[in-house]
Ligand binder design. Structure first.
Ligand SMILES: Nc1nc2c(ncn2[C@@H]2O[C@H](COP(=O)(O)OP(=O)(O)OP(=O)(O)O)[C@@H](O)[C@H]2O)c(=O)[nH]1
Length: 206
């Protein structure tokens, strides 16, 4: 039987640039966070939300874990999620990526399951045109120790943290099997500002 993988929905951000909770923006009939939940649920045995009490996502019916280092950004959310996960590997997605797909999650899971224990890989990170995508990626639970040390030192940059992990960087051209390369490229779109949401609505006629 295939090894279980936990899905971590990162949703503890403040959405300051958007001016309203990004996770709850509508995309078709679903909110953005529901889209992400749906994409991950096919390959992830357990799903959890990494968010703080100030935001309520109870309607999703998923367990929520709070950051041990509140207000410290995505790295703290990933740390809390990995600490709570009961599986060796977790697949993390930011909640502001409404175009992620089941196929993308399947491709990441396939890559994780193809790893040999000897390699001691701690993260599988997609690379799109030279740009790593750490907020739609897979992490081994051993990464939590490194993240915790960095949080204690106030070092919050995800890319710097990856420099301390053993990472398998995977170009989209290699990842794209269950999902097409075109959909992979589109699926990594994330929303930060109102103009990003407007663009999304324009492209998909919402
Ligand atoms: N658990 C947790 N998640 C976070 C935290 N900060 C950001 N995230 C999530 O990480 C992803 C990327 O967040 P960003 O866009 O960098 O930050 P944001 O706070 O959501 O947005 P801004 O306030 O505009 O910077 C989103 O899914 C956020 O919900 C945090 O402190 N804790």
């Amino acid at each position: 039987m295939a090894e279980s993988i936990t899905g971590i929905l990162l949703a503890g951000g403040r959405s300051r640039r958007m001016g309203q909770d990004k996770a709850l923006l509508r995309f078709g009939r679903l909110s953005c966070i529901e889209q992400v939940q749906s994409a991950l649920s096919v390959v992830c045995s357990d799903l959890l939300i990494s968010a703080n009490a100030s935001r309520s996502y109870d309607f999703l019916g998923l367990p929520r874990v709070e950051d041990q280092y509140p207000g410290q950004g995505p790295l703290a959310g990933l740390h809390a999620g990995l600490k709570a996960a009961r599986t060796s590997w977790s697949l993390v997605s930011a909640c502001d990526m409404p175009l992620v797909t089941e196929g993308m999650a399947s491709d990441l899971a396939r890559m994780v399951r193809s790893l040999t224990p000897m390699g001691k890989v701690q993260a599988v990170v997609p690379v799109a045109e030279g740009r790593p995508q750490p907020l739609f990626a897979a992490y081994h639970d051993s990464a939590a120790t490194v993240l915790e040390q960095r949080l204690q030192r106030g070092e919050l940059r995800m890319m710097d943290a990856l420099g301390e992990l053993t990472v398998k960087w995977v170009p989209l051209e290699e990842l794209a099997v269950c999902e097409s390369l075109h959909r992979w490229r589109e699926g990594l779109f994330n929303m930060n500002e109102p103009k990003d949401y407007e663009r999304l609505k324009g492209l998909h006629r919402l």
